[in-house]
Design a protein around this ligand. Structure first.
Ligand SMILES: C[S@@+](CC[C@H](N)C(=O)[O-])C[C@H]1O[C@@H](n2cnc3c(N)ncnc32)[C@H](O)[C@@H]1O
Length: 252
């Protein structure tokens, strides 16, 4: 399964309407979607606002995003970490789902983009927290090792598997008043209890196959770790707690 297929399937599971119901949207708003990928949320936002711009640095994903888009929706190929939001038109809302974990300095990132929001504008951030360890019981043989991996990745600044737990504080620190704080947001693939369905398991298998750093971390034990992880997700005893967090802050 390639990344494009993985992202397309994941989008069908996200149930974006549930998120959008929480946003203070109106038809006069200019909205930015940061790390928009194939543009699914941008398209939905465009139906309820005046103008949506999705930003991503992956050309292939943006080509999909551009297909069948609404007249009030456009996509820009840009690195959202280095792009200077001061050079953009001010906006009324910023959507960022599952992309903050990639930012080398999330504090600076939120500070920069908050400046581009009009007063009373909203900033919505969704991201994962303890993506792997959050699915395993306390007595799991690999728990310490997977937590070590998540910490190493956090320190490397390449991808922060623990970003979810930091979002609220970072938003507040940057002058955003939290109006929605969902610490344990249900997601059929990422934050659920009980056994995962067959398609969800296939997607997790694809994720494990492409995770080179995780593979290197476990070395010769990687096969055993993957089997154990997939078995855990397939078990009725499986419990995940807090692996997806969703916040909305208002600029005051
Ligand atoms: C996990 S996907 C999430 C996509 C989408 N927001 C969603 O929730 O389905 C992360 C997206 O962020 C984009 N991305 C990561 N780092 C980026 C950067 N520095 N500049 C622009 N886009 C970036 C990736 O290309 C990818 O499309």
């Amino acid at each position: 399964m390639n990344l494009l297929k993985e992202y397309s399937i994941q989008n069908t599971w996200r149930d974006w309407e549930r998120y959008l119901e929480k946003l203070p949207l109106d038809q006069n708003q200019i909205v930015y979607d940061l790390g928009c990928s194939i543009g699914t949320v941008s398209h939905l936002l465009a139906k309820e606002t005046k103008q949506v711009t999705g930003f991503d640095n992956d050309k292939a994903l943006l080509e999909i995003a551009n297909k069948g888009k609404e007249n009030n929706c456009k996509f820009v190929n840009a690195n959202i970490f280095t792009l200077d939001p001061n050079k953009l038109e001010k906006c009324d809302g910023i959507w960022m789902s599952f992309a903050l974990a990639y930012m080398q300095n999330p504090d600076l990132f939120i500070a920069k983009w908050t400046k581009c929001l009009n007063s009373n504008g909203w900033f919505a951030i969704v991201d994962i927290d303890d993506l792997f360890s959050g699915h395993l019981p306390e007595n799991n043989k690999f728990l310490k090792e997977i937590k070590d991996f998540e910490c190493t990745s956090e320190k490397s600044k390449v991808y922060d598997f623990k970003i979810g737990g930091k979002i609220k504080l970072l938003m507040e620190k940057n002058g955003l008043e939290i109006i929605v704080a969902e610490e344990n947001w249900y997601d059929i693939e990422l934050n659920f209890s009980g056994n995962a369905n067959k398609n969800v398991i296939e997607n997790w298998q694809a994720r494990l196959e492409r995770m080179i750093h995780l593979n290197n971390h476990f070395g010769e034990d990687y096969g055993e770790f993957c089997d154990m992880f997939i078995n855990s997700l397939s078990s009725e005893e499986h419990v995940a707690n807090g692996c997806v967090k969703f916040y909305i802050g208002i600029k005051k």
